[in-house]
Design a protein around this ligand. Sequence first.
Ligand SMILES: C[S@@+](CC[C@H](N)C(=O)[O-])C[C@H]1O[C@@H](n2cnc3c(N)ncnc32)[C@H](O)[C@@H]1O
Length: 206
Amino acid sequence: MPRKRELHDRFFKQAKTEGYAARSAFKLKEIQERHRLIKRGDRVLDLGCAPGSWLQVCTELVGSEGRVVGIDLLRTRVPPMTNVNVIEGDIYATDPITLRNLAYPEFSGEPPQFDVVISDMAPNTSGHGDHFLSVRLCRRILELLPSLLRSSGVTTMKVFEGEEFPDFVKECRAAFGSVWIFKPKASRDVSRETYIVAKGYGRSRR
Ligand SMILES: C[S@@+](CC[C@H](N)C(=O)[O-])C[C@H]1O[C@@H](n2cnc3c(N)ncnc32)[C@H](O)[C@@H]1O
């Protein structure tokens, strides 16, 4: 069984070899392998998309009939992809309709919501209050979901574990039919990051 550090190095090298912008690509691949969140033809919103490895994975998964929209405070570092649109922006200051318009350029009226919303957003880690800032970002996602995610839609979001984590999981369970907590092998051993995976938006039985 390889040690965590060796695994980290392995994912880093593998990302370089396979042309991914970051080894985070393998976290989404593991989530996808386990939970099958993204299907061909889906409209996917990638929150915190820079440098761009999740965009690269998503474009492969949705195929030419799907579309991927990304937003980040920072610029991405991947070559343009035909079915991907990226904007630089802050999710605290972005109108969901702007993002939906990018997903459905063919619509003249109000565009539908996304099938899938994924978030790998992370605050600038300082070692102080990272968990609270991470939960704040995730709560912002929950607040935006009514205008971003279609009924029965699916999500995954990164969150740093800490004292608010159990309450946040309850908030997710109140919004989705099924919720899982998933720690990919490609996550660093020292990191408190984990991923919430949720399906059946608006289908909570609570
Ligand atoms: C770990 S990186 C994402 C890596 C990306 N999934 C990939 O595979 O290339 C986290 C990103 O979250 C972004 N971020 C943090 N706060 C944000 C906010 N308020 N609005 C938009 N993006 C944000 C950061 O700028 C950073 O690029």
